[in-house]
Design a protein around this ligand. Structure first.
Ligand code: ADP
Ligand code: F6P
Length: 343
């Protein structure tokens, strides 16, 4: 079978912006230029695709963007795109612009959107994993995750200084929608006493008495000092603020909340995110040239791979069990008997 002749591709960034999206965009544009393809960029994700809000994007437009987070072509969440008519409209717009393939840089929602479009459009659709949540199956990391963990770690280090000075308990809320990757990564990197992650909540949901017991035990063992807990968002009604208030009011613990929020999506992307984004942006263009369709450009064990788009959200990307074990059992200040003897 001969590979299709590709002349013109489109690119968009969609959903929650992630540090490194600009680097991925740059890589797509530079790779396309290298292979003699024209590129148009839609602004504001699927919204721009529906509204024909686009421009011809050239290497000069992306020369110095990789050091910035956010996305220079803008992102959006667009509920309307879930409708069949929207996908049909998008297909008509892409055809009118003579687009052969579309690169979608985003998270699982954006990939569902890409798959939805592919049901109504004959062109090739390729995903590039851009989300701080790291919750996509098939790639060792998503673009933005490393930066988000670094930011959360930096914040936790700072919190530790003041928490230690005043012997306080801090509840630090991190992002991650339904996934605990940022929580686990930052808790380990910053040496937190405890973490509450969505994946752990299913088996053993957080309760106030159990948390208070843990805090008191840690204080018994260590004496005075700080206790820093990482709380993934949406894991407690009212989040870190409500939990801290409850601990102070009901148990008289000196407790403060800290919400890291969208800070985790800004600043300079980490080197590893810039490099990952550069690799995957080029890989996406090369997958198009190889005739691939409905796949995500991913990375596994330092190899570029392609993953069926549907697998990226239908299959689960589990937390690293060894990191969980280390953080929970070996680094837990309240020691339990080891379950296994690895020696
Ligand atoms: P992310 O890509 O970061 O996971 P969202 O979940 O908000 O972010 O998805 C981004 C956009 O993708 C949505 O605003 C919508 O336009 C589109 N999208 C998400 N889910 C679907 C779906 N099931 N069908 C079609 N489009 C979708
Ligand atoms: O999906 C990325 C993410 O940052 C999640 O971690 C978070 O729950 C969500 O986006 C926040 O979305 P918004 O920017 O729309 O408030």
């Amino acid at each position: 079978m001969s590979e299709p002749t590709i002349q013109r591709i489109a690119v968009l960034t969609s959903g929650g912006d992630a540090p490194g999206m600009n680097a991925a965009l740059r890589a797509v544009v530079l790779a396309a230029d290298h292979y003699g393809l024209e590129v148009i960029a839609f602004r504001h994700g699927y919204k721009g695709l529906l509204e024909n809000d686009y421009f011809e994007i050239k290497p000069k437009d992306v020369l110095h963007v990789l050091q910035y987070s956010g996305t220079v072509i803008k992102s959006a969440r667009c509920q309307r795109f879930k409708e069949v008519e929207a996908a049909q409209q998008a297909a008509a717009n892409l055809d009118a612009l003579k687009i052969d393939a579309l690169v979608v840089i985003g998270g699982d929602g954006s990939f569902r959107g890409a798959d939805h479009l592919a049901n109504h459009w004959h062109g090739q659709v390729i995903g590039v994993p851009g989300t701080i949540d790291n919750d996509l199956y098939g790639t060792d990391a998503t673009i933005g995750y490393a930066t988000a963990v670094a930011i959360a770690m930096d914040a936790l280090d700072k919190i530790r200084d003041t928490a230690d000075a005043m012997d306080r308990v801090f509840i630090v809320e991190v992002m991650g929608r339904d996934a605990g990757f940022i929580g686990l990564g930052s808790a380990m990197a910053a040496g937190s006493e405890r973490m509450v992650l969505p994946e752990l909540q299913k088996d053993k949901p957080l309760t106030i008495p159990a948390l208070v017991k843990h805090i008191q035990k840690v204080q018994e063992i260590r004496g005075e000092g700080s206790y820093v807990m990482v709380l993934s968002e949406h894991q407690w009604p009212g989040g870190a603020v409500a939990l801290a208030e409850q601990l102070e009011a009901e148990y008289h613990l000196p407790c403060r909340p800290c919400l890291l929020g969208h800070i985790q999506r800004g600043g300079a992307p980490a080197p590893s995110d810039r490099i990952l984004a550069s690799q995957l942006g080029v890989h996406a263009v090369e997958l198009i040239l190889k005739g691939q369709h409905r796949v995500m450009a991913g990375i596994r064990g330092n190899q570029c791979v392609e993953v069926p788009l549907r697998d990226t959200w239908e299959k689960k990307n589990p937390l690293d069990q060894n990191l969980l074990r280390i953080q929970h059992e070996i680094f837990n200040p309240v020691k339990k008997k080891p379950r296994i003897n690895p020696l």
